[in-house]
Design a protein around this ligand. Structure first.
Ligand code: NAP
Ligand code: G4F
Length: 383
C-alpha cells in the first residue's frame, strides 16, 4: 500500500518541492489549498492530475488553517500516515502588520492540526512534522545556533512560531505523539516567494541586466543569513518523519552571508561586477565592470549592448521602508545533529543556489518581456 501524506501549505515554495519529492517516493499526496480569487497553484501545476484520473497521487482539498472543522474533516477523510504542517503567513515583515492573523494561522493553526489528530484517535497512526524556524533564535544567544540554543523571538511571526514549536513538543510529551520540529534556517529557490530578499534580488538583477528596471531598493544590507536550497531542505523534512523516535532538528548549511554579499553574487552570476560605496541610507552599489563573454552566455548579446552603457551607474540603493521594527542580525546554524542522526547533507552550496535562482529568473524575465510585448503564454516556474 502506498503511504499517504497530507501537506498544509502545498502551494508554497516548500510545499511544492515536498509534494514533488513525495510523489517520486511513491506516496499518495494530499494537499490543502486556500480559496483564492485567482489561481494560486502555479508551483504545483506540473503535478496536477485531473479529478477524473484513476489512482491519482496528488489530490487537493480546499481548506484554511483558521478553520478547525475543515482541518479535522480533511484529516478524518484522508487518514494520513504523515502530516507536514507547512502552511503559514511566513513573511516576517508582514507579521508586524498582521500580528493577530499571523498568530492565528502560524500558532493556533499548528494546535488545530495536532488536536485533530488526537481527537480522531490517530495518535499512533499519524506522524506530524512542524515547520519551525531559525527565526526562533532572533536575538541570538549563541553562535552558531543548535537544538539547545535558547530562543529569543523578534517578530510576531517568530512569537507565533514559538507557540507552535512548544505545542508540538507538548503533544509529543503529553500524548506520546510522533511530532517533530524541523528548525529550518532560510532556504530559497527559483520558486521562492517574490518578496523574500533573495528572490527580490535575483528577480530585480535579472530585470536590470535586461534593461527592464533601473534600480533595486533594499533594507538592511548587513543582515546575515544561513541560506540553503529548498530542494535539499524538503529531503530533511521527510527524513525527520522516518525516524523511529520523534525529535527536533536544526537544518542549516553552517555558512552565513550578508544581504550585501548576496547582491554581489547575483550580479556576478551574469558577469557583472558591482561595488558598494557610502553608508546607511546613502549606501549604494554601482556597476564597475561587465564580463562580455559571461554576460552574453548567461543573458544575451542584445542585452549586453544596452547594459554595458551602465558602467559607473547606481543599480542598488537603500530604502528605510524595508527596515523592521526589531531585526534579526545574524543567523548561522549548526547542523551536526541532522548530519549525524539523519545522515542529511545539502547538495547545493550558496554559489549553486545563486546560479539556480539567477538562471531561473533570467529565463522568466525574458518570458515576462515576451508577455509584455503581447504574448499570452502561461508562465510555468518549473519549466
Ligand atoms: P510560503 O512559500 O510562504 O508558503 C506558505 C504556504 O502556506 C502557502 O501554500 C500559503 O498559501 C499557505 N497558507 C498561508 N496562510 C494560510 C492559511 N490561512 N490557510 C492555509 N494555508 C495558508 O512558505 P515556505 O517558504 O514554503 O515555508 C513553508 C513553511 O516553513 C512555513 O511555515 C514557513 O513559516 C516555514 N519556514 C520557512 C523557511 C524558509 O526559509 N523558507 C525557514 C523556516 C521555516 P498561498 O499559496 O495561498 O499563499
Ligand atoms: O528574506 P527575508 O524576508 O527572510 P527572513 O526574515 O529571514 O525570514 C525567512 O526565513 C525564516 C527562517 O529564518 C523563515 F522562518 C521565514 O518564514 C522566512 O522564510 O529577509 C532576510 C533578511 C532580513 O534581515 C531582512 O531585514 O534580509 C533583510 N532585508 C534587507 N532588505 C530584506 C530586504 N528583506 C526583505 N524581505 N526585503 C528587503 O528589501
Amino acid at each position: 500500500m502506498a503511504r499517504t501524506a497530507l501537506i498544509t501549505g502545498i502551494t508554497g515554495q516548500d510545499g511544492a518541492y515536498l509534494a514533488e519529492y513525495l510523489v517520486k517516493q511513491g506516496y499518495v499526496v494530499h494537499g490543502i489549498k486556500r480559496r483564492s480569487s485567482s489561481f494560486n497553484t502555479d508551483r504545483i501545476d506540473h503535478l496536477y492530475q485531473d479529478p477524473h484520473t484513476e489512482n491519482r497521487n496528488l489530490i487537493l482539498h480546499y481548506g484554511d488553517m483558521t478553520d478547525s472543522l475543515n482541518l479535522t474533516r480533511i484529516i478524518a477523510d484522508v487518514r494520513p500516515d504523515e502530516i507536514y504542517n507547512l502552511a503559514a503567513q511566513s513573511h516576517v515583515k508582514v507579521s508586524f502588520d498582521t500580528p493577530e492573523y499571523t498568530a492565528n494561522v502560524d500558532g493556533l493553526g499548528a494546535l488545530r492540526i495536532l488536536e485533530a489528530v488526537r481527537m480522531l484517535g490517530r495518535v499512533s497512526k499519524t506522524r506530524v512534522y512542524q515547520a519551525s524556524t531559525s527565526e526562533l533564535y532572533g536575538l541570538v544567544q549563541e553562535v552558531p545556533q543548535n537544538e539547545k540554543t535558547p530562543f529569543y523571538p523578534r517578530s510576531p511571526y517568530a512569537v507565533a512560531k514559538l507557540y507552535a514549536y512548544w505545542i508540538a513538543v507538548n503533544y509529543r510529551e503529553a500524548y506520546g505523539m510522533h511530532v517533530s520540529n524541523g528548525i529550518l534556517f532560510n532556504h530559497e529557490s527559483p520558486v521562492r516567494g517574490e518578496t523574500f530578499v533573495t528572490r527580490k534580488i535575483t528577480r530585480a538583477v535579472s530585470k536590470i541586466v535586461l534593461s527592464n528596471q533601473r534600480e533595486l531598493y533594499l533594507g538592511n544590507l548587513s543582515a546575515k543569513r544561513d541560506w540553503g536550497h529548498a530542494k535539499d531542505y524538503v529531503r530533511a523534512m521527510h527524513l525527520i518523519l522516518q525516524q523511529d523516535k520523534p525529535s527536533d532538528y536544526v537544518i542549516a548549511t553552517g555558512v552565513t552571508t550578508s544581504v550585501r554579499e548576496f547582491v554581489r553574487l547575483a550580479f556576478a552570476a551574469v558577469g557583472v561586477e558591482v561595488s558598494f560605496r557610502g553608508e546607511g541610507l546613502e549606501e549604494e552599489a554601482v556597476v564597475t565592470a561587465v564580463d562580455k563573454e559571461v554576460f552574453c552566455r548567461k543573458v544575451s548579446s542584445e542585452a549586453y549592448d544596452k547594459f554595458v552603457k551602465r558602467v559607473g551607474e547606481k543599480v542598488v540603493g537603500v530604502d528605510s521602508n524595508y527596515f523592521r521594527p526589531t531585526e534579526v542580525d545574524l543567523l548561522i546554524g549548526d547542523p551536526a545533529k541532522s548530519q549525524t542522526v539523519l545522515g542529511w547533507k545539502p547538495e547545493y552550496d550558496l554559489h549553486a543556489l545563486v546560479e539556480d535562482m539567477m538562471s531561473g529568473d533570467i529565463k522568466l524575465m525574458k518570458k515576462e518581456d515576451y508577455l509584455l510585448k503581447g504574448g499570452h503564454r502561461v508562465l510555468n516556474y518549473f519549466e
